[in-house]
Design a protein around this ligand. Structure first.
Ligand code: SF4
Length: 234
């Protein structure tokens, strides 16, 4: 199954069929969500739902943790404010720090390819990180840094109200789920971040180093697509 191109093609066709069905239910070829809260959204009064611009303003020229000292840019996040699907990585790397955008390096290109295979454009999803400033030497963010930055990611989720979250990699999965369970045990299993279904999977950087594992993330994304479609069926 893992390296079977026929199976992979079948999976791809299945995913595309699901996606086309999903789009037909929207009544158009575009995939942006129409106005109104999604069925699975966290219950919150309209006044409690911030706009992304408000969250960005709250963040300001953030100095709440020591990662501010080495950053070039705050990498707030990128994508549709109405995204159904939101990805969360661990933190900016060198290219992301330089450009102020998430997932713009080689790992970002792999993520883009995966999205395209699923019939999605990057502009339709939202991509953010657990910490918004680059950790020195690309080390893992430390607990105090995650604690300082996570409230703003939580606010972004409150604003966007995605139907599904995908945690890319161990650091994101552990931060969002507040667990130390190995990613190899978490991935492929539905979890929740608040009320939002969350799928942990491998980080694209890991998949660049271990391409034979890519089929696992592909399988996880099939689950994500099915979950997205199931929301449209209700
Ligand atoms: S990582 Fe987050 S909390 Fe720390 S300085 Fe940057 S924006 Fe602020």
């Amino acid at each position: 199954m893992a390296e079977d191109p026929v199976r992979e093609l079948q999976d791809l066709v299945g995913a595309l069929n699901d996606w086309l069905r999903f789009q037909r239910r929207l009544g158009r070829a575009g995939v942006r969500r129409e106005a109104g809260p999604p069925a699975a959204a966290p219950a919150a009064a309209p006044s409690e739902r911030p706009t992304l611009a408000q969250v960005r303003e709250e963040l300001g020229d953030c100095r709440r943790c020591k990662l501010s000292q080495g950053r070039t840019n705050i990498v707030f996040g990128q994508g549709s404010p109405q995204a159904r699907l939101m990805f969360v990585g661990e933190g900016p790397g060198a290219e992301e720090d330089a450009q102020g955008l998430p997932f713009v390096g080689e790992a970002g290109r792999l993520l883009n390819n995966m999205l395209n295979k699923l019939g999605l454009q990057r502009e339709e999803v939202y991509i953010a990180n657990v910490v918004k400033c680059r950790p020195p030497g690309n080390r893992d963010p430390e607990a105090d840094e995650v604690a300082a930055c996570l409230p703003f990611l939580r606010r972004q989720v409150e604003s966007i109200r995605p139907r599904v979250l995908v945690a890319l990699g161990r650091v994101a999965a552990h931060a969002l789920l507040e667990t130390n369970t190995p990613l190899t045990r978490l991935r492929g299993q539905w979890q929740h971040f608040g009320k939002v279904p969350l799928m942990p999977t491998f980080h694209p950087s890991y998949l660049l180093r271990f391409p034979r594992e890519r089929h696992k993330t592909w399988e996880d994304m099939q689950r994500v697509m099915k979950e997205l479609v199931s929301h449209e069926d209700h």
